[in-house]
Design a protein. Structure first.
Length: 507
């Protein structure tokens, strides 16, 4: 995902964002100290209490939507409907985490009572629970001013895990970031959460300083590969290294069989163009390449579909400039041909390029470099072996998609392991844009799509990034956290001696 942490503030395509100065050293120290002070009480809060605090934030954001959305429109050039939907996604995600906290699965409580008869040695009483890491630093993204920014998935999952959060605001929407943070802080305070549970800082160097501070225990990031790699290096080379969860870049290839072309070629052409141009191509799940069999016969339909896309402004001037230079670079690559391009001399528009598998493999590094914006590449393959060669040329991606028919079942079984090895989400007959917030969702993948492919940044298990397990052995009931006590006063779901239950434990 190309936009992310930037060295300089950006200017919006519609109007310049408000000028908000960098957080001062004294203000940063205050935010870090407050987060560290809040951590013990916030992290040890009962699940139902923490859930109430999180719901209060969701309610406050919904109530402030009429104020926040116009600010976001002014700073990002995104339409009202899209931004209103983003608020709803963000608040829905917060409420989902609150529900899961009350249900108990987020803590993964496992209890094995003592068994003197266990072989080869007696088993002690063991009680395992996930506990919060501590204060978390979140680097906000630019392309989703709510859903991947101040109240986004990293923030929601860290709060649910019991971690105070400090967000490094994105310079693409500073006024929105500041006002959103005020709404969240006010809601948490009114609900009774500890002071310092949530804070906002601004400025690139300020974010780096915060990342180096020993009070920060983990960091989440969504942005470019270079920025993400640089921040990751800082996180893991500190005197006390910390986990850094970065979502960086992804090409999200789509592979289409001949049977799928024969059955629904027109729908595939229109669906693909709609997906790669959605939001002016500024989604981290944009399909960057579409693999079609030689002789597919869809060129005219694809070109017509691209020509029919209404040109939309990009997030800001910096991103538009990055797209323009990236597109110019691609158009100069030998073996890439322009099939369709829109826009005018001053504003670039949706663009479709074409190549073949041998040309892609010969110029792999040049062609498989992400260009953030409404551009995608048709790659024609001659036979299944070429298709497999193309698939094997990819590094890690957030998604990989296969369009096929039931008659392709044997081929699909061959391709599935190759797709699985290179992506965190494998789609069948769909389009990768759009990421459902749910229990089973996985938004991550092998590098460079994410730094840590074993975790997701979307969905319930995103909270697992900010937790660590602790097991208590033979501890008396009176000293245990409520979630581990025999009586289960919180009424949460636990696994006791291998059985999932909400009941009491008999020692």
């Amino acid at each position: 995902m190309t936009p992310g942490t930037d060295h300089t503030p950006a200017t919006g395509a519609a109007s310049a964002p408000a000028s908000i100065g960098d957080t001062s050293p004294a203000q940063l120290e205050q935010a870090l100290a407050a987060a560290a002070a809040a951590a013990p009480a916030f992290g040890s809060s009962e699940p139902a209490v923490r859930a109430g605090w999180i719901r209060a934030v969701a309610d406050a954001l919904d109530a402030a939507s009429g104020e926040l959305v116009p600010i976001a429109m002014r700073e990002s050039s995104l339409p009202e409907a899209r931004l209103t939907g983003e608020v709803a996604r963000s608040t829905g995600q917060l409420r989902m985490f609150a529900d899961v906290l009350e249900e108990g699965s987020l803590l993964e409580v496992i209890i094995d009572t003592n068994d003197p008869q266990a072989k080869p040695v007696p088993r002690p009483d063991l009680r395992r629970v996930l506990v919060p890491l501590g204060p978390v630093l979140v680097f906000a993204a630019s392309n989703f001013p709510f859903a991947f920014s101040v109240p986004g998935g990293d923030t929601a999952s860290a709060l649910a895990a019991g971690c105070p959060v400090i967000v490094k605001a994105h310079p693409g929407h500073p006024e929105l970031s500041a006002r959103t943070a005020e709404v969240m802080v006010e809601a948490l305070k009114a609900a009774g959460a500890p002071d310092g549970t949530f804070g906002l800082i601004t400025g690139f160097d300020v974010g780096v300083t915060a990342l180096k501070d020993p009070r920060i225990t983990a960091a989440g990031f969504t942005g470019s590969v270079p920025a993400g790699k640089a921040l990751h290096e800082i996180a893991v080379t500190r005197p006390e290294p910390i986990p850094f969860y970065g979502e960086l870049g992804s090409l999200n290839p789509v592979f289409v069989t001949q049977a799928a072309i024969d059955a629904r070629g027109k729908d595939i052409a229109s669906g693909y163009v709609g997906s790669f141009t959605l939001g002016a191509g500024q989604f981290c799940t944009k399909p960057g390449l579409l693999f079609l069999p030689t002789g597919h016969g869809l060129q005219d339909q694809l070109v017509d579909a691209v020509g029919g896309v209404t040109q939309a402004p990009m997030l800001n001037d910096r991103i538009e400039g990055g797209f323009t230079s990236g597109l110019d670079r691609l158009q100069k690559v030998d073996g890439l041909r322009v099939w369709s391009t829109a826009g005018d001399a001053g504003t670039p528009g949706p663009t479709l390029l074409q190549t073949t598998v041998p040309e892609l493999i010969a110029r792999r590094d040049e062609i498989l470099e992400e260009c953030f914006g409404p551009v995608s590449i048709i790659v024609e393959y001659d036979g299944i072996e070429e298709l497999k060669q193309a698939l094997e040329a990819f590094d890690g991606n957030l998604t990989a998609t296969l369009h096929a028919e039931d008659s392709d079942a044997e081929l699909a079984r061959e391709l599935l392991p190759l797709l699985t090895a290179r992506a965190g989400r494998v789609l069948w007959n769909g389009w990768p844009t759009g990421v459902a917030v749910s229990w089973a969702q996985h938004h991550g993948g092998p590098f460079p799509s994410t730094v840590g492919s074993i975790h997701t940044s979307v969905g319930v298990t995103a909270a697992r990034r900010f937790q660590r397990p602790v097991a208590y052995q033979d501890a008396p009931d009176v000293v245990l956290p409520d979630v581990l006590k025999d009586s289960n006063p919180a009424g949460i779901t636990r696994r006791v001696n291998g059985t999932v239950t909400t009941g009491e434990v008999t020692r």
